[in-house]
Design a protein around this ligand. Structure first.
Ligand code: GUN
Length: 294
């Protein structure tokens, strides 16, 4: 069993990005600028956004944080989005999800200029991705395919079983793995809460991607010997043995599953770090106008 080390990979990617920024600087070009909008005080969102901003600093990107209280109106948030769309200094931006219940996430996502949508959530990017056209890929699936690529994991003809059909992980992941090319060319099964027998589906998988948000859900006797297991879950569970009283676990019962795998991602230290690295890669693409010329 080999660990897919998100820490090492994301550090390598950040090093590559820092080199790219240095080149831009030497050529007198524009330094990439990522903005993040954080609404309310969801503790997990605070951690994620904090890590995105800190990573920008590490690679030499400019970053801006727009913080607003949870009672901001949808109209005010739409104004902020339009302001960022029009701000020529901002190359890309994200609105951290989830948003408070009174705000329609779909309307906010649709208001983001797809050319600055470095989260890859806008339907234009999603549709382009589905058709294999150049697009901003959603950060978590992009981070995962980058992980498979950098570990040279074979995917062609493999059976990939994805758990969870969210717009930001499960559904785009299933599309990317079934696309032509590498990493891709998989036969994909997308499972979800109405799937009749998830264990049976997972038993057929060469590659498992678990993204359902249930701690330790995937069991050892579901996993085929030699499978590649990608754990997207970040779940906080009570642990009285820790000083903090809690710890993070994935959607996979790591201790039991790991010995059966050829490769597995740890939590923490796996996919989560790749998500941030992927967001930064998208921001560099936005600044260089690699996906959209103008
Ligand atoms: N909430 C959970 N994951 C993400 C993400 O990748 N981007 C944004 N904007 N919100 C999220």
């Amino acid at each position: 069993m080999q660990l897919l080390d998100g820490k090492v990979l994301s550090e390598n990617i950040k090093q590559e990005l820092a080199t790219a920024v240095e080149q831009i600087r030497q050529q007198g070009g524009k330094i990439p600028h990522l903005a993040a909008v954080l609404v309310g005080d969801n503790p997990a969102s605070e951690v994620y956004v904090g890590s995105k901003i800190k990573s920008c600093e590490q690679v030499g990107f400019r970053s801006s944080l727009v913080r607003r209280p949870a009672d901001i109106s949808e109209a005010e948030l739409l104004d902020i989005v339009r302001g960022l769309n029009d701000d020529s200094d901002v190359d890309g931006f994200i609105v951290q999800l989830p948003l408070p219940a009174h705000i329609n996430e779909e309307r906010i996502t649709l208001a983001i200029d797809h050319r600055k949508d470095v989260d890859g959530f806008h339907p234009i990017n999603f549709g382009r991705m589905a058709q294999g056209m150049p697009a901003f890929l959603p950060a978590t699936p992009f981070g995962i395919v980058e992980m498979l690529r950098r570990y040279h994991i074979e995917t062609a003809g493999k059976h990939c079983v994805v758990l969870g059909r969210s717009n930001i992980v499960g559904t785009p992941m299933s599309l990317l793995m079934s696309r032509k090319g590498y990493p891709g060319d998989c036969t994909v099964t997308l499972t979800h809460s109405r799937t009749r027998n998830i264990a049976e589906e997972v038993r057929r998988a060469d590659i498992v991607v678990a993204a359902i948000g249930k701690p330790n859900f995937v069991q050892a006797d579901w996993v085929k010997e030699g499978a590649v297991v990608i754990d997207v879950g970040i779940n906080r569970i009570a642990d009285p043995t820790r000083k903090s009283g809690s710890r993070l676990v994935g959607d996979v019962d790591f201790e039991a599953v790991a010995p059966k795998c050829s490769y597995i991602t740890p939590v923490p230290g796996g996919v989560g770090l790749m998500t941030v690295a992927a967001l930064l890669m998208n921001t560099l693409k936005a600044a260089r106008k690699e996906i959209y010329a103008d």
